[in-house]
Design a protein around this ligand. Structure first.
Ligand code: PLP
Length: 511
């Protein structure tokens, strides 16, 4: 289905089906992040635009595509290349009209006429977007993906628009006109490539095998400085698509607002993990699953819990005005940087059918940004305080306070302690970040343990709040889900009595 996306006021996006049959309104999408991949279709999906879409999705970024050529290939050979005509490429680019704040990723361009069209569009963007260029010259299986007569044209028209360019060793040798044998050569080549007009240069070291060296080093040349990212070499056959994944991950991380050095660092880890997870069933195609995004159990555990939370029916009823976070701390955590949370918090999220005569909305919760260490302040402070009394209570989520919710917690047999925010001493109020710590401490001291739930009923300008604690995110989630399953029933009964129609649970299509 062709989707048309338009940025509207009030952080509202409209997605329209071209047949005009149905229209869905999606709210709270202000953090939607885009990459546009301009490149070849790879029928094996190991490289090319398919791999870009997969990588971006795995990293939480929406990826659109402009296909420059259709290739029939598998991991070991390219059977056929059918370039698109320039008009078709131009038409796909023109369909991006109205999409803002995107990162462009350029890979296989193949011919002079396609280079012309893409260069023209880049010129009109006036340097307002980040452009990641993967200078695809030849496939690992040996077939040229950029025609011979288009090479100097590519250098002249595409390279100067690169915010960052990501050649492998062979491509770097081509661009810098020098042989690369060691790390010092990589540095010199990077400087030469930057002098062609690319702002930043990453040279991927995977193809440089030096004797018995068990390491692989990627080099970043950024702002006149060299950064190296070294991993253990993973032994095995040549992998199809690893370079594509690396540059797509850089594009995705830049789209999230990361700086260049962080984007390259994350892409380096991401690709290393994808390669480690490749090779299943004898396939040579790197496989990407959500679990291999980070080699970090804390992040992976929180991600699983957040995936479930986002699809828990009725969860929106527990999200307070000031929104929620679900966090998980490392063993022995001492500071907010040891605690993983959701950047931008977990917000109420509404979607539904907005037909001519009827409106149906479903409400859920949505994590608006990536999961990161240091992403939470208040809920992280709550956990850090709890851990001083019970080091095993490493996770928490804040939810809306309501007398009925408190009664449900009591009915479920959860241990509960409250504190009075109006009794907060002046010297605590004055110190940034101390209120939550003070409050949680009061509650723990009053119940001589870390309870399942700590609450306060608010103060001037302070929203009442509850915090659910647990040993890990699934433990917290179990408690939250048992609260919501009772609370949802009571809200629906009340609404039935008041004859208010609740959209939740109805057919999204109004049928
Ligand atoms: N096919 C397409 C369409 C590509 O874009 C690329 C690289 O970007 C390749 C093939 C080559 O992939 P590899 O060299 O990993 O085999």
């Amino acid at each position: 289905m062709h989707l048309y996306m338009k940025k509207c006021s009030f952080d509202e996006y409209t997605i329209m089906n071209p047949l005009g049959i149905s229209r869905y309104l999606i709210y709270a999408c202000k953090y939607l992040m885009y990459v546009v991949s301009i490149g070849g279709s790879d029928s094996s999906a190991g490289a090319g635009v398919q791999a870009d879409i997969r990588t971006c999705s795995a990293l939480g970024v929406y990826c659109m595509s402009v296909i420059t050529a259709v290739t029939a290939q598998n991991a070991s050979r390219i059977i056929k290349i059918k370039p698109m005509d320039a008009d078709t490429v131009r038409a796909q680019l023109s369909a991006l009209e109205g999409v803002h704040e995107l990162v462009v990723k350029i890979s296989m361009l193949y011919s002079k006429s396609i280079i012309d069209v893409v260069a023209d569009v880049l010129r009109h963007m006036n340097g307002n977007v980040s452009v990641v260029v993967d200078p695809v010259l030849r496939s690992g299986s040996g077939r040229y993906l950029l025609k011979r007569d288009a090479r100097s044209y590519y250098m002249e028209k595409i390279i100067p628009s690169a915010t960052i360019i990501t050649p492998n060793i062979m491509e770097a040798e081509w661009l810098s006109s020098m042989r690369i044998r060691d790390y010092d050569d990589m540095c010199r080549a990077a400087e030469r490539i930057a002098s062609l007009g690319a702002r930043d240069v990453v040279i991927k070291g995977g193809h440089m095998q030096r004797g018995e060296d068990v390491h692989v080093t990627d080099l970043l040349y950024h702002d006149g400085k060299f950064y190296r990212f070294t991993n253990r070499r993973i032994k095995g056959p040549r992998l199809h698509g690893a370079g594509t994944i690396f540059s797509a991950a850089i594009a995705a991380e830049l789209a999230k607002g990361n700086d260049t050095v962080s984007a390259v660092r994350i892409a380096n880890i991401f690709t290393h993990n994808a390669i480690m997870n490749a090779g299943i069933d004898g396939s040579r195609v790197p496989l990407i699953g959500n679990e291999c995004i980070y080699n970090d159990d804390i992040i992976a555990t929180l991600r699983r819990a957040i995936d479930i939370l986002q699809f828990t029916d009725g969860i929106a009823l527990l999200i307070p005005e000031s929104q929620s976070n679900l966090v998980f701390a490392r063993v022995g955590a001492e500071s907010r940087d040891d605690v993983v949370g959701v950047t931008g918090r977990i917000v109420r999220y509404e979607y539904g059918y907005d037909g001519k005569d009827m409106k149906y909305y479903y409400e859920y919760a949505r994590a608006v940004g990536p999961i990161r260490y240091g992403a939470s302040k208040h809920v992280a402070d709550a956990v850090l305080t709890a851990m001083r009394y019970d080091a095993s209570m490493r996770s928490a989520m804040n939810i809306r306070y309501d007398d009925a919710i408190l009664d449900i917690c009591k009915g479920l047999g959860l241990s509960i302690a409250g504190y009075d925010r109006s009794k907060e001493p002046e010297h605590i109020k004055k110190r940034e970040g101390m209120s939550v710590r003070w409050g949680i401490e009061q509650a723990i001291l009053s119940s001589s343990r870390v309870p399942d739930v700590v609450y306060h009923t608010g103060d001037w300008g302070k929203e009442p709040m509850m915090i659910v604690f647990g040993h890990d995110p699934m433990d917290v989630l179990k408690k939250v889900i048992s609260i919501i399953s009772r609370y949802k029933g009571s809200v629906e009964d009340k609404d039935k009595d008041n004859k208010i129609e609740l959209g939740r649970g109805k057919d999204c299509y109004g049928q």
